[in-house]
Ligand binder design. Structure first.
Ligand SMILES: [Fe+2]
Ligand SMILES: [Fe+2]
Length: 331
């Protein structure tokens, strides 16, 4: 049998569609050096450890015999329905639509993350998912309440917060975060990161050379957390992002001088988004140079301000997104 004819006999199934720990409805195969090798039999279980091992090795999916694909897809569909139903039971039938969207977002993110190289198509798909997710999460009481307060205090901080949250969500997905709760924490952490900065009086904020300015900047992460705690209802990861958003990979940030793994992984994504939007905000009429400047800063500060492991993937993703903005601007 030639490799080609064997390819016709098997169908690829993305790992994102498979829930570990359930009995498989048919045998599954791995493609190794162009050959399909049986990995598990019908009725066997792909346990979580194996599943996580596949993910860590960038295995994108498994293969099934073509003739079994109907049966397998039914099994996949049933599980997805079960997961959705469990969530609907928790949050109410009126939220079914949102629950379904969140499931689809998680699936897309997983699938695009398993692509080693991002493409224009993947990026566009992720950006659509970002928009959808924002529509869902921005309606949350905490989000509207705090954003309204920020807007009242400072229009420019409010704009920066909204932009940073959008970029952070995109980069979060690009870095493989697909779980709705994780995405929500990234979004809210980024949206609220400068809450206390919005409270700094304009006469202090506009004078970077005076001592009050340095102190106010130094204090805003902690003060932001204190104020958000009073509002209540926010999860710890959101507060951690706010507290740490000026920490740097090399330990030279503030308020605590944390470094590398001491910094929460979701903070690292928000930190990148914060700097990118900071650069973009400097220019009213953005051009190719503005976008390139943002990327250059990330590359220059790789391993200094930013986690070196995150930068290549994030800069690839931003380059593709910026190229899309450029096309829109020119058309
Ligand atoms: Fe800040
Ligand atoms: Fe900021």
């Amino acid at each position: 049998m030639t490799a080609d004819s064997q390819d016709d006999d098997f169908v690829f199934v993305s790992l994102s569609k498979i829930s570990p720990g359930r009995e498989l409805p048919s045998s599954i195969f791995l493609k190794i050096n162009g050959k399909y090798l049986k990995y598990k039999n019908e009725g066997d279980i792909l346990d979580s450890d194996k599943f996580n091992f596949f993910m860590s090795k960038n295995v994108k999916g498994i293969y099934i015999d073509n003739s079994e694909s109907g049966k397998f897809n039914t099994w996949v569909g049933e599980k997805k329905e079960e997961v959705i139903q469990e969530m609907v039971d928790e949050v109410g039938e009126e939220n079914r639509d949102i629950v379904e969207k969140r499931e689809n977002i998680a699936e897309t993110v997983f699938e695009t993350f398993s692509d080693e190289h991002l493409s224009t198509e993947t990026v566009e798909l992720l950006q659509e998912q970002v928009e959808e997710f924002i529509q869902i999460v921005s309606k949350k009481k905490e989000a509207t309440q705090v954003l309204a307060k920020i807007t009242k205090l400072s229009q420019s901080v409010a704009e920066h917060s909204v932009n940073t949250a959008q970029i952070a969500l995109y980069l979060g997905m690009v870095c493989g975060h697909g779980h709705p709760n994780v995405l929500e924490n990234i979004y809210l952490g980024a949206l609220f990161h400068d809450y206390a900065k919005a409270k700094i009086p304009a006469n202090v904020l506009e004078n970077p050379n005076n001592a009050m300015y340095s102190q106010a900047i130094q204090d805003h992460p902690k003060k932001g957390v204190d104020a958000l705690k009073k509002i209540g209802g926010l999860q710890d990861p959101v507060l951690t992002i706010v507290l740490q958003h000026h920490e740097q990979h090399n330990g030279q940030g503030f308020p605590k001088g944390l470094k590398d793994k001491e910094i929460y992984e979701l903070t690292k994504i928000v930190t990148i988004a914060n700097i990118v939007d900071g650069v973009l905000c400097e220019e009213k009429n953005r051009s190719e140079e503005t976008y390139e400047k943002a990327i250059k800063i990330l590359e220059y500060d790789r391993g200094k301000q930013f986690d070196p492991e995150l930068i290549p993937r994030c800069t690839d993703a931003l380059r593709l997104a910026f190229a899309g903005y450029e096309r829109e601007r020119e058309s």
